[in-house]
Design a protein around this ligand. Sequence first.
Ligand code: HEM
Ligand code: HEM
Length: 197
Amino acid sequence: MSLKNTRTRWGWPAKVFHWVMALLIIGLALVGTYMANFLSDMFLQIELTQIHKSFGFVAFTLAVLRVLWRWANPVTPALPEGQSAWERGAAHLTHYGLYALMFVMPLSGWLMASASPLNDANAYPVQIKNMVFGLFELPDPIAPSDKELEALFHTIHAYSSYLLAALLLLHIGGALKHHFVDRDSVLRRMLPWGRVD
Ligand code: HEM
Ligand code: HEM
């Protein structure tokens, strides 16, 4: 497997970024929805939220590295001949949207958690700091207990996750259409050991 992308293949770093981040982001969205809406045990909720913040930080770091790698390697596999203009447009728009959400999701989560009263040493008996795997604390751009900003970033975080789900349906649907209907190599060329004709 080559390091760099070509006009027919993805290099191995692009594939590793894609699949590690796909697992991470889908996992964060599912666990996030569960812990925020379907969990009645408060202690478990706090525990899961801390894990969510930690993996969210990892997702953000990987997003920065991925975009840097993509800028350094502007060549990407071409879409197959015979795709209509709207199909090309839809694929590119979906990819741009997914790249944007890789930043909007963790940044809105971080700002929401920073503004939260739970992060206020004076408001609750125990302050719940925004730690990454208990190793270090995330910086606080917003003074805690700013309920308006907390609500604003919560709205952005939650609505962005609906947009993420919609774009992923289009994205995965598109990949499956390429494979099963058009029978081209678009899905195979992103798979770890996918054969490309
Ligand atoms: C089961 C889930 C998924 C499948 C089957 C899938 C499939 C694919 C395929 C086949 C490509 C390559 C398209 C091409 O070669 O022209 C691709 C690219 C891409 N995927 Fe996914 N994907 C999945 C999940 C995700 C997730 C969760 C994200 C991010 C939130 C994501 C973001 C992207 C982006 C941004 C690209 C474009 C890469 C670039 O042009 O730099 N994918 N995906
Ligand atoms: C790609 C990264 C991320 C994804 C996909 C994601 C996804 C989600 C989703 C879907 C929810 C449920 C929202 C709701 O229904 O109210 C959620 C909740 C939450 N997220 Fe994230 N998140 C990410 C990163 C982060 C980060 C980096 C932080 C903080 C540092 C964070 C903090 C939170 C908090 C505190 C909640 C709970 C909100 C509540 O209790 O209503 N998230 N996340």
